[in-house]
Design a protein around this ligand. Structure first.
Ligand SMILES: [Mg+2]
Length: 221
């Protein structure tokens, strides 16, 4: 099959190829190692894991410092966020993601488009060994926050990188509040993966962001 004949499958990263929850827990371990001794709290990571499954998910560091009675917590919160974002993550691909990347590699062009802080997302790509398994990786934050999904730039750039027009591209992702707006508009096929443990399970579907198909595992692709 010639290069121009191969259609393209582009994946989101978080909660599509690996569990975002596992990244958070890996980050809590890293933060716990740095700050546990300093704060005299050996169970810091465990406490943060518990908070992740409460309404405090988005302010775990603030709450844990509050529980410890830390005065003036904001400088430490900022240090914790920095350590969390920059840590070398202990994560692995979902088994069906690993299978899909292997299965489609010989017959399709493969890409990844991911949002999130650039240093964090590049760390995940590195930890998962993805560079050698796909043809192109776009971390939207390399261009700045304005270019995070639903901005279309990453999808237009991916078409160029993979020499594919929209009708020959698919985007597989998990978050209908932002993931499918741009690829739908560009004529891509859009597929939502609905994993049981996904972080963004209760989001609203964006205008124009309804996926064309829903699957429970990448084995259905
Ligand atoms: Mg995602």
């Amino acid at each position: 099959m010639g290069d121009a004949d191969r259609s393209a499958i582009v994946f989101d990263l978080d909660d599509t190829l690996y569990a975002e929850r596992a990244f958070a827990f890996s980050g809590f371990d890293a933060v716990g190692q740095v700050f546990g001794d300093r704060l005299g709290a050996s169970d810091l990571a465990e406490r943060m894991r518990v908070l992740f499954d409460t309404e405090h998910r988005h302010r775990v560091f603030n709450v844990v410092l509050d529980e410890l009675g830390v005065d003036d917590p904001m400088p430490i919160v900022r240090e914790m966020i920095d350590a969390f974002r920059k840590h070398k993550p202990n994560i692995r691909l979902h088994v069906d993601a690993d299978r899909a990347l292997t299965r489609f590699r010989p017959t399709h062009k493969l890409g990844i488009i991911t949002d999130g802080y650039a240093v964090t997302q590049h760390g995940k790509v590195q930890a998962l060994g993805l560079r050698s398994r796909v043809d192109a990786v776009i971390v939207t934050d390399d261009w700045g926050r304005d270019y995070w999904k639903p901005h279309p730039r990453a999808f237009e750039e991916m078409e160029r990188l993979l020499c594919a027009t929209g009708t020959r591209c698919s985007y597989i992702a998990d978050n209908p509040s932002k993931d499918f707006v741009a690829p739908n508009a560009l004529g891509w096929q859009t597929v939502m993966i609905e994993r049981d443990d996904r972080v963004h399970a209760d989001v609203n579907v964006a205008n124009g962001g309804e996926p064309q198909r829903r699957i429970a595992t990448l084995d259905e692709l």
